[in-house]
Design a protein around this ligand. Sequence first.
Ligand code: PSU
Ligand code: MN
Length: 313
Amino acid sequence: MNEMMDIAPEVAVALADGVGVVALESTIISHGLPYPENKQTALALEAAIREEGAVPATIAILGGRIKIGLTGDELEELASPSSDVIKVSRRDIATIMAQGGNGATTVASTMICAAMAGISVFATGGIGGVHRGAAQDFDISADLPELARTNVAVVSAGPKAILDLPLTMEYLETHGVPVIGYGTDELPAFWSRASGISLTARADSAGAVAAIMKTKWSLGIEGGMMIANPVPEADEIPHPIIAKVIDEALAEAEAEGIKGKEVTPYLLSLIRQKTDGASLACNQALVMNNARVGAKIAIAYAAIAYPKGQKQA
Ligand code: PSU
Ligand code: MN
């Protein structure tokens, strides 16, 4: 497997020493945020994780190889609007790699690569989920079944609010995915803190999250979990404001016949235009907040999972 994967030296050392490592995805860079904010955010996320005392590992597929930890030039290539980087989910990994292509990894494929590299914590913006109208078009993000099968804790600000949140929660319940409110009893809704949906689990510290991770995986209960970390109050867009914009954007996407993996990037970009960039600032703030919490969780988990500071011990 390692023949197809390059782990950056800093990440390899951290993993061998049992130091906290936080995985970051690349679809948010290539397809989620516009240039140049995407590159600035990617660099700022890595810096924030380091500042908290953990090691960042941004994940992508470049030249047909899985990259765990990227150089500045590689980040630039992913961020650049002129580069040819395909959005890669579980379905697409083998094809892109066999063809030697470049791929930006989604939540699902970042989880797969992180788990292969031995990384247990991953921070992103918002996960994919069950789309509104899924009863007709079957549009359910591959992020959800991945959370059910791959052992990585994903820190997000909730499912993106363009989705059907109650159905997303039903799916996660059916497939046994813990959704843990980080300092909250309510599912956060990406740009907004409130969704009106109560959670069944809450943790008020990184150590409390790490204890759940350790217990779940020590029991051999396979699959990941979602750590639902609300956007900071100062950065949120209140639900009534964003809800109206989302409805308009969904109607336009429908009228334009947008389908498949284009749906999420199309909606995010349209919502950005309609809010004059407010949704972009909010998205950047929430993903930064998730990176910091992810670092704290990775450090807490390393302390109980590898107490001798040696992963292999
Ligand atoms: N979070 C963000 N912006 C994004 C995404 C997440 O703040 O662009 C990406 C993630 O990569 C997620 C993907 O996996 O959107 C979901 O796409 P889809 O609905 O096609 O599964
Ligand atoms: Mn989809």
